[in-house]
Design a protein around this ligand. Structure first.
Ligand code: ZN
Length: 300
């Protein structure tokens, strides 16, 4: 259906720092109120394409909008990278859905939006609007931004592996509707990296295990349960990702248990009630399987 951009939805799209910044709640309300269910998807795609094309104009002539079954990918990376982007996003979606089962959910309308920046300066410029803070492991390889139109943004020039970044951030996007604790969110993202790319997760040699056992105690574990330690730096951050991977592995011995756990785990108690319900164990008992005896319980 052709729309008159001047009179229909354009009034809810304004510019900030040269980027179009749509008011998504108003657009969603307008779209679902005025069109029947069959038409809403195509209208939503029209709006999304216009928004991404607007960002592409800011990025310059080399930008291109790649459309796949599940994604609208805007990128200004060289054209010889496009096939790989398309292939990895679709492959990641297929694998992630297989691992996460019915815990995975895409957007209510349209396709997932992805923006791949070749220039780190533009990546940080664009994402600073939401001020997501430090990326994972210091410099940021990518982020999933849950606000507004949930979107995956990738810093192609960061030097990190593009393949694992795609898998990791897509996992965050697919579970973003769930009120899960940070450790589970980061654990799942690393497991999807491993499932898609065949690499990912911590190297668990004697040195690492010794480091874990020296670092964690009844106090430091609290920042892990609250999610704060994922935003710190150095050992605290690295060991948090590592422990998140290990605990998620304990939970997800089979995909069905992981999916069930994701669907009932709550941020407020770090998933403790869900662990008792699905696994018949407290989180403290789960941690003890790796770190040994100790008081690993959550202080609320
Ligand atoms: Zn993450």
């Amino acid at each position: 259906m052709p729309l008159d951009a001047e009179s229909d939805y354009a009034r809810w799209i304004w510019h900030n720092d040269g980027y179009p910044r749509p008011n998504w709640p108003l657009l969603y309300e307008w779209c679902t109120r005025n069109f029947d269910a069959d038409t809403q998807n195509s209208i939503w795609n029209t709006i999304t394409e216009e928004w991404l094309t607007g960002i592409g104009k800011k990025l310059g002539d080399s930008s291109k909008l790649l459309q796949t079954e599940h994604f609208n990918i805007l990128t200004d990376t060289p054209s010889n990278t496009h096939d790989r982007l398309v292939r990895y996003y679709e492959k990641s979606m297929f694998k992630a859905q297989e691992v996460l089962g019915d815990a995975a959910k895409g957007p209510a309308l349209g396709r997932d939006a992805v923006i791949v920046f070749s220039n780190p300066g533009e990546y940080y410029d664009y994402t600073s609007y939401w001020d997501p803070g430090e990326g994972e492991f210091g410099g940021s390889a990518g982020s999933f931004i849950p606000m507004d139109y949930g979107q995956i943004v990738v810093n192609y020039g960061s030097g990190f592996s593009i393949d694992t970044t795609i898998a990791h951030e897509l996992a965050h996007a697919l579970v973003s509707h769930l009120p899960i604790p940070s450790w589970l969110n980061e654990g799942v993202a690393q497991h999807i990296e491993l499932a898609v790319c065949g690499v990912g997760g911590p190297i668990l040699d004697i040195e690492q295990i010794t480091k874990h056992r020296a670092y964690w105690n009844s106090q430091t574990i609290q920042a892990f349960w609250s999610g704060d330690s994922f935003h710190s730096s150095g050992d605290a951050q690295e060991l948090s990702y590592s422990l998140a991977f290990i605990l998620t592995r304990f939970v997800g011995q089979d995909f069905k248990a992981l999916s069930e756990f994701l669907n009932v785990a709550l941020f407020d108690d770090a998933g403790d009630a869900a662990a008792k319900q699905v696994l018949g164990k407290t989180l403290s008992e789960l941690v003890a399987m790796f770190l040994g005896d100790g008081d690993w319980s959550i202080i609320k």
